[in-house]
Design a protein around this ligand. Structure first.
Ligand SMILES: *[C@@H]1O[C@H](CO)[C@@H](O)[C@H](O)[C@H]1NC(C)=O
Ligand SMILES: *[C@@H]1O[C@H](CO)[C@@H](O)[C@H](O)[C@H]1NC(C)=O
Ligand SMILES: *[C@@H]1O[C@H](CO)[C@@H](O)[C@H](O)[C@H]1NC(C)=O
Ligand SMILES: *[C@@H]1O[C@H](CO)[C@@H](O)[C@H](O)[C@H]1NC(C)=O
Ligand SMILES: *[C@@H]1O[C@H](CO)[C@@H](O)[C@H](O)[C@H]1NC(C)=O
Ligand SMILES: *[C@@H]1O[C@H](CO)[C@@H](O)[C@H](O)[C@H]1NC(C)=O
Length: 309
């Protein structure tokens, strides 16, 4: 077994072509690059950036173009520290310090950047599809990505870990129950960030009656509940007596209440019909049809019967 830190070091070396001592700094933070003279001489200490080689400083003097961002300090005799006040991504690379032509220090500055996720919008699939959700993140080192999921009505928390990792979440054989909020968390040594995507799945409309056929006496108040499940929820639900073309309207006799509360989070619309106390007459026994109207994906209905004893 190769110890983990060694693997990290070897892989890191291959990736960033390290010759010198690696110094890792998170972008926008200060970097201190240390040069120790073997012998305290009166010679000038020169800092260079490599590839291409550019002179940055001589002893305590930083050259013009770098003056605002860098300075050199000598806290101890023979020690010369090049300080970059706020490291930029383009500062990454090799630095060398020379005295009388001899290299005293060779440093590879590694600039880490925290992850950024390129936000993906809500996505819609059909049942049976295989769906791919992306979480493309930039940052250095390359961020690790983990996927979480939670139901649409859950506002707090990141949900439960799905076990999936990487920038691609593949959903096989999608069903309506895949309508969830999928969260991805991108993490690297410089930080972490989280983003969410809602998945919608086209289905329905499907109509269901809550409860059984009703037996009622004249004048009794009766309430019928109808549940419409669909995505998209782009139509309405209505009740019709004996499936007449004219739907039942709100009146002294009927109370019709569409309840959209569960629409967004549960793709469900409940439409309740109440025949008010005292209003049920002989002519009102029969079939009540709950039906959909104007849904882009089709039509559905169900019947419930109000019968006398
Ligand atoms: C430093 O001093 C030692 C002993 O005087 C000498 O051997 C060595 O070459 C010197 N090193 C440099 C880089 O001048
Ligand atoms: C994410 O990156 C992959 C390549 O790794 C690319 O195919 C895909 O289109 C990207 N997705 C988005 C939403 O940017
Ligand atoms: C996909 O779902 C259908 C219907 O539930 C099922 O018959 C089929 O075996 C599933 N296929 C896979 C690959 O899971
Ligand atoms: C309601 O009554 C109708 C007609 O009598 C019948 O066809 C249907 O099966 C009944 N439904 C239930 C849920 O009992
Ligand atoms: C109700 O009427 C619609 C439109 O005429 C028809 O498509 C549907 O099958 C009818 N439903 C019932 C339960 O009679
Ligand atoms: C249903 O659609 C028709 C024609 O497209 C339109 O005139 C009507 O206003 C719609 N009804 C509802 C309740 O949205």
């Amino acid at each position: 077994m190769i110890p983990g830190f060694l693997v990290y070091f070897l892989v890191g070396s291959l990736l960033i072509d390290v010759h010198g001592v690696p110094v890792e700094v998170v972008v926008d933070n200060p970097a201190n690059l240390v040069c120790k003279e073997e012998n305290e001489s009166n010679e000038q200490v020169l800092w260079y950036k490599t590839k291409p080689e550019k002179l940055l400083s001589t002893s305590l003097n930083v050259l013009g173009p770098y003056k605002n961002r860098m300075h050199v300090k000598s806290p101890y005799p023979g020690e010369w520290v090049l300080v970059i006040k706020r490291v930029e991504v383009t500062d990454a690379g090799g630095y060398i310090c020379k005295v009388s032509g001899s290299v005293m220090a060779e440093i590879d500055l590694v600039v880490q950047t925290p992850p950024t996720i390129h936000q993906t919008n809500d996505m819609t699939f059909n049942e049976g599809d295989t769906g791919i959700v992306w979480c493309n993140a930039t940052g250095f080192p390359t961020p690790n990505i983990r996927w979480y999921s939670k139901p649409p009505h859950q506002e707090d928390g990141i949900g439960h870990y799905t076990g999936a990792e990487g920038n691609k979440l593949v959903l096989h054989n999608i069903t309506r129950y895949y309508d969830n909020i999928y969260g991805c968390e991108a993490t690297n040594a410089a930080g972490n960030v989280f983003a969410e995507t809602r998945i919608h799945v086209n289905f329905g409309p499907e109509v269901d009656i809550l409860g059984e056929n009703v037996t009622a006496v004249i004048g009794e108040e009766v309430t019928l509940h109808c549940v419409i499940a669909a995505y998209p929820m782009d139509g309405v639900g209505e009740w019709a007596f004996q499936n007449r073309s004219e739907p039942i309207e709100y009146s002294w006799k009927y109370n019709v209440v569409p309840d959209p509360e569960l629409k967004t989070d549960f793709n469900t619309l409940i439409v309740s019909l109440t025949i008010r106390f005292g209003a049920l007459g002989n002519q009102d026994y029969g079939q009540y049809v709950c039906r959909t109207k104007n849904f882009s994906r089709g039509y559905s209905d169900k019947v419930v019967v109000i019968q006398s004893n």
